[in-house]
Design a protein around this ligand. Structure first.
Ligand SMILES: CC(C)(COP(=O)(O)OP(=O)(O)OC[C@H]1O[C@@H](n2cnc3c(N)ncnc32)[C@H](O)[C@@H]1OP(=O)(O)O)[C@@H](O)C(=O)NCCC(=O)NCCS
Length: 179
């Protein structure tokens, strides 16, 4: 079951049906279109489908997609998930609403989710894949304590174009080294 995690400033909580309007609003942003694979244009039906998928994932026992919310767990500021891949590895992905950027929301969310995923899911390695032309996201990974390992060439596909990926990782033994 998806837990609620908080550091007193940012709260990660399960998605709710009433988040639909917030999701539609957040996903109109050109930076999110540029750096993620959301549908364009992003409609209310897309948001309804996204929320239904999260409920279905939860029911299947798949871990774990969270709304990033304010301290009270109410206003939706963004989205974050952890996707197990293979052999004890998982990938973290995230986005933050344009008006909420630049005050540490993504860094806090990644720190909260990564510590929980290593401790509670027993994962051996978390990864974040970031395009070289996305310095804000690279900074988020570093601020959350992830180490930059290198560049995977032509690793990502988005809207018909291929992109290199900078790979960042966090291992259980790294926890505590976050700035
Ligand atoms: C990347 C994203 C999640 C960051 O969210 P955020 O809440 O603003 O992140 P934080 O405030 O925790 O940290 C952002 C850091 O990037 C820095 N930053 C922002 N824009 C930058 C830029 N153009 N160049 C360099 N650094 C930049 C900020 O200064 C901050 O670092 P600092 O705290 O050391 O000053 C947000 O911009 C976003 O949703 N972008 C579109 C979707 C996306 O790229 N998702 C990630 C895909 S891998």
């Amino acid at each position: 079951m998806t837990p609620t995690l908080t550091d007193g400033v940012v709260t990660l909580r399960p998605w709710r049906a009433e988040d639909v309007d917030a999701v539609v609003g957040i996903c109109q942003d050109p930076e999110i279109v540029r750096f993620t694979r959301i549908p364009v244009p992003y409609t209310r039906d897309d948001a309804l489908m996204f929320l239904a998928q999260q409920v279905a994932r939860e029911q299947r026992g798949d871990v774990a997609s969270f709304a990033i919310a304010d301290a009270a767990g109410e206003a939706v500021l963004g989205s974050i998930d952890v996707r197990p891949t293979a052999e004890g590895r998982a990938t973290i992905g995230y986005l933050v609403a344009a008006p909420a950027r630049g005050r540490g929301v993504a860094s806090r969310a990644v720190r909260l989710l990564s510590r929980w995923a290593l401790e509670e899911l027993g994962l051996a390695r978390l990864e974040i894949h970031v395009r070289p032309d996305n310095p804000a996201s690279q900074r988020v990974a570093e601020r959350a304590g992830f180490r930059r390992e290198g560049v995977l060439r032509s690793y990502l596909e988005s809207r018909g174009e291929r992109h290199d990926a900078m790979i960042f990782s966090l291992l259980p033994e790294d926890v505590g080294s976050a700035s």
